[in-house]
Write a protein that binds this ligand. Structure first.
Ligand SMILES: [Zn+2]
Length: 127
């Protein structure tokens, strides 16, 4: 695979937003939908859990479907894999939330507190 974007031949409106699909999503679609790999095998190959793979595939199909039906450019971007999602518990209100710590500021979505507990401190761990 050597691509960085997919452009529809006729673009009705050049200002229509591009749809960003990650390299990981493209790989997953390639393995599962093009090569016909089973989820389990593909997940192993991509070092993901089956759940994570399912999530990626659903997202990718939705985005690609939208690009096709809305005539949008698909921009293929490299993004940190979903593994960078991390669970935090708010030290103030107790809300548990996922944050991509490579991108987002760690802040509680409920009470906007920046005081957090990590998995270990809060005594839960399922990542
Ligand atoms: Zn909170």
């Amino acid at each position: 695979m050597n691509l960085n974007c997919f452009v529809p031949q006729q673009r009705e409106d050049e200002t229509v937003e591009e749809i960003e699909v990650t390299l990981e999503e493209i790989k997953a679609i390639n393995f599962v939908d093009v090569e016909g790999l089973k989820y389990k095998k593909c997940a192993k190959k991509m070092k993901l859990s089956v759940n994570e793979l399912q999530y990626i595939i659903i997202n990718a199909r939705k985005k690609i479907g939208r690009a096709l039906t809305e005539g949008r450019v698909i921009r293929i971007i490299e993004e940190q894999p979903i593994k960078t999602l991390c669970k935090f518990r708010c030290a103030v209100c107790g809300e548990i939330y996922n944050i991509d710590y490579t991108k987002n500021e760690i802040i509680c979505p409920l009470c906007f507190s920046k005081e957090i507990m990590t998995n270990k401190e809060a005594g839960f761990c399922n990542m």
